[in-house]
Design a binder for this molecule. Structure first.
Ligand code: EPU
Length: 437
């Protein structure tokens, strides 16, 4: 009989202790495909062990890369024998970051064939700015039958000046990757400025690229003929850190979040302080102490250094506990409030109108059977489950495991009553519904 894994959470325990943050998912998922450009061995440290990175490493291996794990978080990738061939499209389809293979395959082979990217569903997520960038660099790009075909005219990309119509993390990084081995200079204007963009630039530069200005809205890439091997350490995950900070605040606990860059967390720390939560910054850690009563706040998500959309659902769960009306405005995606339906099952009072959610906080949450609609929505459900009375069961946890390394183990070490339980599937394929206390 098949089983389905779910999280079972008994709420009420405040989180206490220390938690170590892993490497940044959204840096790792760009750096792994970018390793295809390197003629030599890339040693990458602080790789998060999550399903998105596993899938990308499998895709690289299928393209002929030699991937070796040195230890839990350090890998060596040798792409010297990589060759242009069909990649495992079923895997590509599952992850958003497979779009970085367009840039890296174009840069390495002069041609790319990828699926249209998958990933979390927050409404329409076009890749027109990626295509605009590749086309400006001299590629002919065609989207048909669910695939993206790209070919560099003359076999090599050339530098270009590209103005992004939208501030896009993915398009900025993809164009950087493609431009590194192009002839001449590329200028990306209206570039995104997230910490993982700087991290990708630092990785590429440590392998011999010439990328300048990452972290500002104008990035210049002077093409080079070759990248060489080297060692690089990925930055800590801003969103994983923020999630534990919010979890500590929501449960009224006290948690030292370690191995972080506090500067990257400023937008999150500032909002938490507004709620009355105490946040103390140290050199590479932050201490979060929950308030006795949370205050309502308003939030608008924006590109970095604004408040990150990837922290919006977790803050949504927290604000259900703050007495009064909080307003969340989603500034990046059309449809990132699906999780609100799940919170309502727990007794939350939230109205959604398009990109705005109005939360009437202060109503007690009660345990329920809820879904992880996507990665961060799933994290929000776990936070809600940890403060709700009674038991919460979270389904579709594969979404959460795409982006949080050892989520359950880390929460357990902080005192949360959470475990992964295998629920049996009925012989007819339906799930057995277990009573939730
Ligand atoms: N957009 C376009 N055209 C494009 C690209 C983007 O219209 O060609 C729009 C998007 O629809 C969206 C906005 O521009 O409205 C910003 O999208 P962006 O390209 O910045 O997002 P992304 O590259 O698809 C990455 C992260 C997301 C994170 C966003 C914003 C990865 C693999 N994904 O997505 O991470 O929400 O940046 O910071 O890096 C997550 O980790 O939970 C996650 C969803």
């Amino acid at each position: 009989m098949r089983t389905l894994e779910k999280y079972v959470i008994n709420g009420g325990a405040p989180l206490h202790g220390e938690v170590e943050i892993s490497g940044a998912k959204n840096a790792a998922v760009a750096i792994i495909p970018a390793a295809l450009l390197v003629d030599g061995v890339c040693r990458i440290e602080n790789i998060p062990q999550i399903s998105d990175t596993d899938m990308l490493l499998t895709i690289l291996a299928e393209l002929g890369a030699k991937v070796s794990f040195i230890n839990r978080s350090t890998i060596e990738i040798d792409c010297s024998q990589a060759r242009y061939q069909d990649a495992p499209y079923e895997l590509m389809r599952k992850i958003r970051a497979s779009y970085y293979l367009i840039g890296s395959m174009l840069g390495r082979f002069g041609s790319a064939k990828t699926t249209m990217p998958g990933g979390c569903n927050f409404g329409v997520r076009p890749i027109d700015q990626h295509i605009k960038g590749m086309t400006a660099l001299g590629a002919e790009v065609d989207v048909r039958g669910g695939f993206v075909y790209a070919d560099a005219l003359g076999g090599r990309l050339h530098g270009a000046r590209i103005y992004l119509d939208k501030v896009s993390v993915g398009a900025t990084m993809n164009i950087m990757i493609a431009a590194v081995l192009a002839s001449g200079r590329t200028i990306i204007e209206n570039a995104a400025r997230e910490p993982h963009i700087v991290d990708l630039a630092n990785f590429l530069n440590s392998m011999g690229a010439d990328v300048r200005g990452a972290g500002t809205d104008t990035i210049k890439v002077n093409g080079v003929d070759k990248l060489h091997g080297g060692t690089y350490t990925i930055i800590p995950d801003q969103i994983e850190a923020g999630t534990y900070m919010v979890a500590a605040a929501a449960t009224g606990g006290e948690v030292l979040v370690k191995n972080v860059i506090p500067k990257h967390l400023e937008c999150i720390s500032a909002k938490l302080r507004e709620t009355g939560t105490i946040v103390q910054e140290y050199e590479d850690s932050v201490l979060v102490k929950g308030a006795s009563a949370l205050r309502r706040v308003n939030i608008k998500t924006m590109p970095y250094p604004g408040f990150p959309t990837d922290m919006q659902p977790q803050m949504g769960a927290l604000l259900c506990l703050a007495r009064g009306t909080s307003v969340i405005t989603e500034g990046i995606y059309d449809n990132r409030f699906k999780y609100v339906n799940e919170l309502r099952k727990m007794g939350a009072e939230v109205q959604v109108d398009g990109r705005i959610a109005i939360i009437e906080g202060g109503h007690p949450l009660t345990g329920a059977l809820v879904q992880a609609c996507d990665l961060r929505a799933g994290a929000a459900m776990v936070i809600a489950g940890m403060v709700a009375s009674g038991q919460t069961v979270v389904e579709d946890i594969h979404f959460i495991e795409r982006g949080y390394e050892n989520f359950v183990g880390k929460l357990q070490s902080l005192g949360a009553d959470i475990e992964i339980v295998n629920f049996p599937e009925e012989p007819d394929g339906s799930e057995k519904i277990l009573a939730i206390s």
